[in-house]
Design a protein around this ligand. Sequence first.
Ligand code: PLP
Length: 420
Amino acid sequence: MTSPADLARPTLGSARAEYNALVAQGMKLDLTRGKPSSAQLDLATALLSLPGEDYKAADGTDTRNYGGLNGLTELREIFSGALQVPVEQLIAFGNGSLELMHDTVVQALLSPLPGSEERWIDQERIVFLAPVPGYDRHFALCERLGIELQAVPMTADGPDMDVVEELVAADPAIKGIWCVPKYSNPTGTVYSDDTVRRLAEMTTAAPDFRIMWDNAYAVHHLTETPAEIADLLGLATAAGNGDRVFVFGSTSKITLANAGVAFFGASPANIAWWLALTAKRTIGPDKVNHLRHAMFLRDADGVADHMRKHREIIAPKFAAVERILTEHFAHVNGITWTTPTGGYFVTLTVPAGTASSIVGLAKAAGIVLTPAGATHPYGKDPEDAVIRLAPTFPVLDEVEKAMAGVVVCVKLALAQQGQS
Ligand code: PLP
């Protein structure tokens, strides 16, 4: 009997004809990176004329001068709530969180962390757990620094904690796990309270195990009901594991990408460790930029108001992705996608073995997608089934055109697979 799912599979001939028509359009569209659009960056234009003559911080510090390694207090106060880190344990630092993550891992390689006498670099193996699908730059950072990646599956509640708990309890070489706890890149997953609690409380064989809590999308909601996550640092501290948490965040997708401010939060012992080492690297961060951010964003409500404006620009793009995928694939077996309530990405899952051909077909038609496999360690998705879509950067009309093109490519890849 023919099922509705089979009916939705196009014949090879019609799929090829549609694809040829797409190629003939000569498109030039890019759905690869999660970048803010120009309209979003325009929201922060006022930053560029701040702080003006008013360069003194609230405590009288002349922000134009050296010093203040922790960063400006008034800015740390604004982000302490969203990042769930007490102000005195939160550092405001440079222009991006990726460099903070990189440098913090390098410091851990070179200097023993609180809780250990040994440097990571002196270990035979260092392993980080990588919930998949995940963020390619986390993986690239580890590859560059000689840290092995071990994939663990993502569930709707965050990493599969049964797997994580078993691995970290057994293997002292496992020194870390990457987590994007709210609106994960690329699945949009929001970690459940139970997942956060288990991460805070689990037994680890390594005394210097660290959770890389990359809360990049802490305030990046796509709906009127912001997701809340449990307080990892608070729960870990209560469980006697406060030192295992490294919190990261930034204003890259709040104000200006790579001209914003990045944050690092951790236990008092970790912060003391980090400050002592970072003092050898710099005399202080760009406090003028901190001040202009504090003036521009004002307080947590100011951040929320500003993020509402972002939402107005990008939510229709996510809605377009959802609408187009639903129109074409709601009844097709093996095709699913995420409907994120925040963040910057949609994960499209296609039948095993077709993701790279879809990305290749799209490329040949002038639509650039993130390479298949990028969401997995070493660029290898064993199922070849995951495609990351990033709809924020192009204007709405381009997102619609690109998605219509992606649909054509998916249909052709499915038809080709059906023939093989
Ligand atoms: N972390 C995640 C999960 C991201 O998706 C991104 C950018 O896409 C970053 C970090 C980069 O952040 P930053 O601009 O602060 O370096």
